[in-house]
Design a protein around this ligand. Structure first.
Ligand code: ADP
Ligand code: GLC
Length: 502
């Protein structure tokens, strides 16, 4: 006997079906300050440029919104992307005036990216000095992301925010007079807890429309200051960070001082998901920026890359000894206060070094001076240079990354994929990706724990010594090249997390 279905039942079924579809294929809007290859400053840009592509493949309906900073339109054109400008601007009120932006849509490998062009996005991406005025672009950007569906017609289920620069968005969903009723959820990813978006409140609450009552210990107040990251952590539906080890570290006082108490209290909604890299872009077998391609099975091209690198950095292209490379933001996080003293002992190391990077002045000056004093063994190339970075990853033997702290780190993964063996400190994501070659069962790099020059040199010397044994070296190198650093697994974990918050 068949059961007669009443209209009420049908409605309920349809509703459940729609709910099921939403949960199966959540609609997620990434709100990000930088997106590779258009506006990359560091690894965050790599992640927001490549994770969405992997999410798309595993059933997530994902889009990205990001500011159109100066120079980004040029990058979009260079990438050969088609741009369409939406007929309506996205408009919010911030600091008693209209903050509106033109919305340009670019489809990047199937992922729609909305670039917002407005007066607020006319300076450098990251301000040096934080106060209620310099955070305006980031708060207004988050409000524009919340309003975006009005001009795109596409309504996300989840806003996926990144670091303090978009942490205002979960705060707005919780405490803003216009947005607190919205049904959408937010996920906040912590790429680097060292930057928290902290500043004296000034006129922030009047300007932003956040309810001033959230300026308390359970909201975004932190020792008398506004702390946007803290506000995001307490108000987001879920918080992730970029490696399981860092998820553990940031709950300790040693790593994040007073914020560790907040993170510990919120630990039930915290997950550490190891970053991946875009293995199609970072692929020595197809990389168009290399003079010759190569792979684990056919490694000859790596020698051609090495020669080209030596030539471009004014070293003898026939040099066959160990070549140590480093591509980095020049900031304390990356371990320069233990690297610089080691450069005084270059003669005893028996290796050549090439550094590429930009950042803090004192590090740039010290590297420049060290290079001038050691012309035969040290080269420093200041600046940000994507093609040269590829050549360093490909042409080097050893990749140096002795970070003070490292939420995940992508450079060591890229280096391994290019057959360049990492020397890293046992911290954060470096622990989750690099195992010491002298550990039981062997490994893919060389590691040390104590943050000092001696500790680093102990591992660096082991790597340099092992390099002279071609067979042993090749084994370590191959292990790195064969690691799976793709986004496949992490993207599935993010999809499951989205499903769990809906
Ligand atoms: P972080 O995001 O902390 O700087 P990651 O290791 O996660 O560190 O990511 C750094 C990314 O930025 C890598 O893709 C690296 O190749 C790139 N990068 C850093 N400095 C430079 C530079 N000077 N030129 C080119 N690429 C760089
Ligand atoms: C931050 C971290 C780095 C991480 C990157 C991407 O810049 O410093 O460790 O790999 O974000 O998540």
């Amino acid at each position: 006997m068949t059961t007669q279905r009443g209209p009420r039942q049908n409605f309920k079924e349809q509703h459940l079906q729609a709910q099921h579809l939403t949960v199966q294929h959540p609609k997620v809007l990434f709100a990000a300050p930088e997106v590779a290859p258009f506006s990359k400053v560091g690894g965050l840009g790599d992640v927001t440029g490549s994770l969405p592509k992997a999410l798309l493949k595993c059933g997530v309906d994902v889009r990205v919104v990001t500011p159109l900073w100066p120079g980004v339109m040029q990058k979009i054109k260079e990438a050969g992307c088609k741009i369409s400008t939406l007929s309506q601007r996205v408009s919010v009120t911030y600091a008693w005036s209209v903050a509106d932006a033109a919305v340009h849509r670019v489809d990047s490998d199937g992922v729609p990216i909305y670039f917002l062009e407005g007066d607020y996005y006319s300076g450098d991406i990251y301000p040096w000095d934080l106060n209620s005025r310099t955070v305006r672009p980031f708060a207004a950007f988050c409000m524009q992301a919340l309003e975006l569906e009005k001009v795109t017609g596409w309504s996300p289920d989840i806003f996926h925010c990144h670091d303090w620069t978009s942490a205002f968005l979960p705060c707005a969903l919780a405490w803003h007079r216009h947005y607190r009723g919205m049904k959408q959820k937010s996920v906040l990813t912590l790429h680097n807890v060292a930057h928290q978006g902290m500043f004296p409140p000034g006129s922030f609450f009047e300007e932003s429309g956040l309810d001033p009552s959230c300026f308390n210990i359970g909201g975004l107040e932190f020792y008398g200051q506004v702390n946007l990251l803290k506000g995001g952590i307490v108000s987001a539906a879920a918080v992730t960070t970029v490696s399981p080890r860092y998820a553990w570290e940031i709950q300790t006082y040693e790593s994040t001082q007073a914020l560790s108490g907040v993170i510990y209290a919120e630990r039930r909604k915290l997950t550490g998901i190891l970053n991946g890299i875009d293995i199609d872009y970072w692929n020595p077998a197809t990389d168009p920026m290399l003079p010759e391609c190569y792979s684990a099975a056919s490694p000859a091209g790596k020698t051609a890359c090495r020669r080209e690198l030596l030539k471009n950095t004014n070293f003898d292209p026939a040099y066959e000894g160990p070549l140590v490379v480093c591509v980095s933001r020049l900031v304390e996080q990356k371990g320069f206060d233990i690297i610089l003293p080691a450069l005084k002992q270059l003669d005893s190391l028996g290796a050549k070094f090439i550094f590429l990077g930009s950042g803090q002045r004192w590090i740039e000056d010290a590297l420049r001076n060290a290079a001038a004093a050691n012309k035969d063994s040290l080269c420093f190339v200041p600046g940000y240079n994507e093609p040269l970075a590829h050549l360093l990853y490909a042409g080097g033997d050893i990749y140096l990354m002795p970070s003070l702290f490292e939420p995940c780190g992508l450079s060591q993964m890229i280096a391994m994929r290019y057959g360049t063996v990492p020397v890293v400190r046992e911290v954060g994501g470096l622990i989750d990706t690099v195992t010491d070659a002298d550990a039981d069962g062997g490994g893919n790099g060389f590691t040390f724990l104590t943050y000092d020059t001696r500790g680093m040199l102990w591992s660096l010397r082991r790597a340099i010594e092992r390099h002279s044994n071609a067979k042993a070296w090749n084994k370590i190198r191959l292990r790195g090249m064969e690691e799976d650093f793709s986004w496949n697994r992490p993207a599935a974990l993010y999809r499951d997390l989205y499903r769990s918050v809906l």
